[in-house]
Design a protein around this ligand. Structure first.
Ligand code: ADP
Ligand code: ASP
Ligand code: MG
Length: 295
């Protein structure tokens, strides 16, 4: 079984959603899809998560209204192009209505409650699109998936106890559906509240889901693997075909932002592999992360 995670740049537009769905269809072993919030469509664009953070901090109703409209417009562009009706996702609620409701509902934890909504909307769109294309897919919220989090310093981290819970929750659902679409980047704390992981945390969600299900993990991003240095800064850099867990961890901790460092240990603990692949060029081999340099 494979857990396939698609990052924000791989879900920024309807065309990117279609390409991600094609990747899912190409390999029936891909039974779990983890979605990030849509990223930038063009260089001056703003990521949905950045807009949600602004909304969470906004004290000015006029500014909040504009932010809600901008978030909804980005999603609407995607859903209209994909032919997904907003009525078929989020229990028929409009995105701006849901945002407004959550802003009120979670006044005490406004920031934590709001910022992972991009992932929830994104996974809802993907599940609705896959169903429309004849797939037996279902949206599963991260809390329904059994992801428990605790506070560690400034951030929340996924709790070890999640492993059994995730397995219990997902094994039954996997009997009923071909594919489960799960939002990344958050879990529930002991009080049942939605709490975000640190930035880039959808990688961490995917790694823990894979560890719980004894599945390998795929990180689909916008570059063809892990490079010696950031390929956007050094276009001559080459992707590394293999990395050990420890090498990957060291690189992630020292600026290789292609992977969240907390995504390595859950897989290492179970000896599962991770592949970092380019959703724009799925034919490229990417980087395989595992116990040794040669599989
Ligand atoms: P996603 O939206 O898929 O999560 P990220 O922006 O988190 O994507 O990670 C991909 C980006 O990481 C690449 O576009 C690249 O610019 C950057 N990056 C930084 N260091 C490296 C590296 N050593 N190898 C590959 N990519 C890197
Ligand atoms: N959307 C979140 C972020 O921008 C999480 C992620 O993309 O992994 O940090
Ligand atoms: Mg990332």
């Amino acid at each position: 079984m494979l857990v396939a995670k698609f990052g924000g740049s791989s879900l920024a537009t309807a065309t990117r959603f279609r390409q991600a769905a094609d990747i899912l269809r190409a390999e029936p072993d891909r039974r779990i899809c983890v979605c990030s919030a849509p990223g930038k469509r063009f260089p001056q664009d703003r990521k949905i998560t950045d807009l949600l953070i602004d909304l969470a901090y906004s004290q000015d109703e006029e500014k909040s209204l504009l932010l809600r409209q901008e978030i909804e417009a980005h999603f609407q562009e995607i859903t209209e192009d994909l032919g997904v009706r907003q009525a078929d996702m989020l229990h028929g609620q409009r995105i701006s209505e849901r945002l407004k409701e959550e802003e009120k509902d979670l006044s005490v934890d406004r920031y934590d409650g709001l910022i992972a909504l991009g992932e929830i909307f994104s996974a809802s769109v993907m599940a609705a699109y896959l169903c429309k294309s004849g797939y037996k897919a279902s949206f599963v919220g991260a809390s329904q998936a059994g992801i428990l989090v605790y506070k560690a310093g400034e951030h929340y981290r996924i709790h070890e106890d999640s492993l059994d819970k995730i397995r219990d929750q997902l094994v039954t659902l996997l009997e009923r559906y071909d594919l489960l679409v799960i939002p990344g980047f958050y879990g529930r704390d002991a009080a049942g509240k939605r709490r975000p992981l640190s930035r880039g945390g959808s990688d961490v969600t995917a790694a823990w889901l894979a560890a719980a299900l004894q599945a390998d993990c795929e990180i689909w991003t916008d570059v063809s693997g892990v490079f010696v240095t950031d390929p956007r800064v050094h276009p001559e850099a080459q992707p590394l075909p293999y990395l050990t867990y420890d090498q990957m961890l060291e690189m992630a901790e020292h600026g290789a932002s292609v992977l969240h460092p907390e995504a390595v240990r859950p897989l290492q603990a179970k000896g599962l592999s991770m592949q970092v692949k380019n959703s724009f060029r799925p034919e490229d081999p990417g980087t395989l992360v595992g116990p040794s340099l040669h599989p």
